[in-house]
Design a protein around this ligand. Structure first.
Ligand code: ASP
Length: 343
């Protein structure tokens, strides 16, 4: 609805929206001894109160309350932290005096947490992740403006019902689409093929499209069902079957393969994966290319070998969906394929 898709915050007599910030660490909370240093710093060492204090403009956008949920480098993200985040989000979202939630996160695994929350959070209130590429101590640190943008989006009516969002570098991405595409650039995220949902700048939030695939309350997924073991292997020149055989012997429930091109797999690796599928391991074909999608078609080995194609999900996001689908009791290949075609 055109009338609903923009929000500008401005001085008015209306009470400010109330936004909770959940801090988990990351580079946005990173610090280096030297302001010229943008690598080799320690992530997750600056407390959320200090992050908020660096952005006085927040006071004009929302009544903000903050919690330090964790202080980690997001490479060390684990299932207990996902469970903790989900519990905090559900408790806060159920409160009438909270209008939106912001999560500060490391950039490295942000796309995994964002998609996991997108599929499991049961609220229409905005849940918005943000991060930074430069530590808080850096010249031109990007964290403060990203935090202001995320709170502005979380405070916006237009963000309701759009699923989990990521506000980064003035852009608003859907959690399903966003991927990290640079190891160092400030503009480190993209939503390949489909583009961003909209933008946030100077207090104005504008959505230019909506999310089509079901998310949040419209999915059957629940992190309380546990975390089935799902691992990722890659295909490359001279790939062997060693990793797959070891994973099957270890009892994994699923394997995502980061294939070449349109999810093609080296013959040796493919033979091992076909055997794994025969033994009841769910095998999902994704691509290591970084953009595009993995087609399910006649030429692909899915039907003959019992594989599922990941569509436009990268291997890391495909793993998130496969864990949730297996935990929801989805086992049959056609049922799993439907999940990948739907979410
Ligand atoms: N380098 C990472 C970041 O950009 C550290 C992390 O992911 O926590 O936030």
């Amino acid at each position: 609805m055109a009338a609903m898709n923009t929000t500008a915050t401005s001085a008015s007599s209306l009470p400010l929206p109330r936004v909770a910030v959940l801090a988990t660490g990351g580079t946005i909370a990173g610090s280096a001894p030297d302001a010229a240093q943008t690598a080799g710093y320690q992530a997750g060492v600056v407390g959320v109160d200090k992050l908020l204090a660096a952005v006085p403009a927040l006071a004009g956008v929302a009544a903000v309350q903050a919690e330090q949920v964790a202080s980690i480098d997001s490479k060390d993200l684990d299932f207990p932290l996902w469970n903790t985040l989900l519990a905090r989000i559900h408790t806060l979202a159920a409160r009438e005096d909270i209008d939106g939630i912001v999560i500060t996160h490391g950039t490295d695994t942000l796309e995994e947490t964002a998609y996991l929350l997108h599929l499991t959070v049961k609220t229409a209130k905005p849940v918005v992740l943000t991060a930074a590429m430069r530590p808080s101590s850096s010249l031109s640190a990007d964290g403060p403006l990203n935090l202001l943008g995320a709170v502005t989006v979380a405070a916006a009516r237009a963000a309701h019902g759009q699923g989990v969002l990521v506000a980064f570098n003035n852009r608003i991405h859907s959690a399903r689409d966003i991927v990290k595409t640079s190891t160092y650039a400030v503009d480190a995220f993209q939503s390949h093929e489909v583009g961003v949902l909209g933008w946030v700048q100077d207090g104005r939030v504008e959505f230019q499209r909506t999310v089509v695939r079901p998310h949040t309350a419209a999915t059957p997924f629940d992190a309380a069902n546990g975390w089935p073991a799902v691992e990722i292997v890659a295909s490359y020149a001279g790939a062997s079957r060693t990793a797959v055989d070891a994973l099957v012997a270890a009892g994994v429930r699923g394997i995502v393969v980061a294939g070449t091109g349109n999810g093609s797999i080296h013959a040796t690796l493919q033979a091992a994966l076909a055997q794994a599928a025969e033994q009841g391991v769910a095998v999902v074909r994704a691509s290591r290319v970084g953009s595009g999608h993995v087609m399910h078609n006649g030429a692909a080995p899915d039907d003959a070998l019992g594989f599922v194609s990941a569509g436009s999900l990268n291997p890391y996001k495909a793993r998130v969906l496969l864990m949730l689908a297996l935990a929801a009791g989805m086992k049959e290949r056609t049922v799993l394929q439907l999940a990948f075609d739907t979410y």
